[in-house]
Ligand binder design. Structure first.
Ligand SMILES: Nc1ncnc2c1ncn2[C@@H]1O[C@H](COP(=O)(O)OP(=O)(O)OP(=O)(O)O)[C@@H](O)[C@H]1O
Length: 286
């Protein structure tokens, strides 16, 4: 996220990041600033290096080239799969990180219970084992396990991708409410452009081979106030650019669609870094 005089200093800062698996470059020249209280969404096609970047930010992968500055403590990670421990009851799973922090048993169970109930987990589910929970309940438990740590920085790797649209919407709202209340910074990895536009203060578009940021976009207004129509318009605004379309493997769009939507319809968001024009056209503003 690009800083301006009005934005606080970054909590997570990435500079000149390169990463390769063997001879294959996966990430190239990644710069990113994420201040406290902001959500940045990193969106891109499958295989473009999103998870690699998140793992580097989480310290789960060794840095090869570049610099990452992040808080020493108070970083939580939520993975694509809930990754609950099957031999532990839900409440104990949620309290796991607090146990690692040395929080006394009664206190951690109380905090875990409060986090679970706030995310809509029924009281009865707290004594159940993960295999007894639905997929949606497991996702809530995984989110509770991350949020109960009261992280300053939450790193999320496609945490909602396996959920149905209704449940995903509920968890989006719960995340936004908690984020507004706590002021944590969130780096969200997703391949879903609509999800990125719905949740983020800044959307970073990654293209593949090697993974590099080709556009930075700020959707208008507060995330919690964005309705479906606005989200669609912003996603359409992003997808007007040939380079963004190419990153997602979409063909170039050179005429109004069948519904008659003009190709230059604006979503009202701001380009912080506009994509280069692969095929310059006046309507792209390039
Ligand atoms: N441990 C590894 N060893 C070798 N190559 C890897 C390794 N992990 C990932 N890759 C490769 O690096 C590239 C980026 O992978 P990564 O998982 O970061 O992408 P992604 O954007 O998160 O993909 P997806 O959206 O499908 O999860 C892919 O080509 C992948 O095959």
């Amino acid at each position: 996220m690009t800083t301006s005089p009005a934005t606080p200093p970054p909590l997570l800062q990435v500079r000149g990041l390169h990463h390769a698996y063997g001879p294959t470059a996966v990430l190239q020249d990644i710069d990113l600033d994420l201040p406290a209280g902001r959500i940045a969404a990193l969106v891109g096609p499958s295989g473009c290096g999103k998870t690699t970047l998140l793992h580097l930010c989480a310290g789960l992968l060794a840095l090869q080239q570049g610099r990452i500055a992040r808080p020493e403590a108070a970083v939580a990670v939520m993975f694509q799969q809930p990754r609950l421990l099957p031999w532990m009851a839900t409440l104990d799973n949620i309290a796991l990180g607090l146990r690692a922090q040395g929080v006394p048993r009664a206190q951690r169970r109380e905090r875990a219970r409060a986090a679970a109930l706030a995310l809509g987990l029924p009281e009865a589910s707290l004594a159940q084992y993960p295999a007894e929970l639905s997929g949606g309940m497991q996702s809530r438990a995984a989110l509770a396990r991350a949020l109960v740590l009261e992280p300053a920085l939450l790193l999320m790797d496609e945490p909602f991708s396996a959920l149905d649209v209704g449940l995903r919407g509920q968890l989006h709202q719960l995340l936004l409410a908690r984020q507004a209340q706590s002021g944590m910074a969130v780096l969200l990895i997703t391949h879903d452009l609509m999800e990125a536009v719905r949740l983020a203060d800044e959307v970073l578009v990654l293209a593949a081979a090697p993974g590099r940021i080709i556009a930075r976009y700020r959707p208008p207004g507060e995330a919690r106030a964005r309705g479906e129509a606005l989200v669609h318009r912003c996603a359409a605004q992003l997808l007007q650019h040939p380079e963004v379309r190419a990153a997602f493997g979409l063909p170039e769009q050179d005429a109004p669609d069948a519904a008659g939507t003009p190709p230059d319809e604006e979503g009202g968001g701001a380009w912080l870094q506009a994509p280069r024009c692969a095929a310059p056209r006046a309507s792209h503003g390039c």
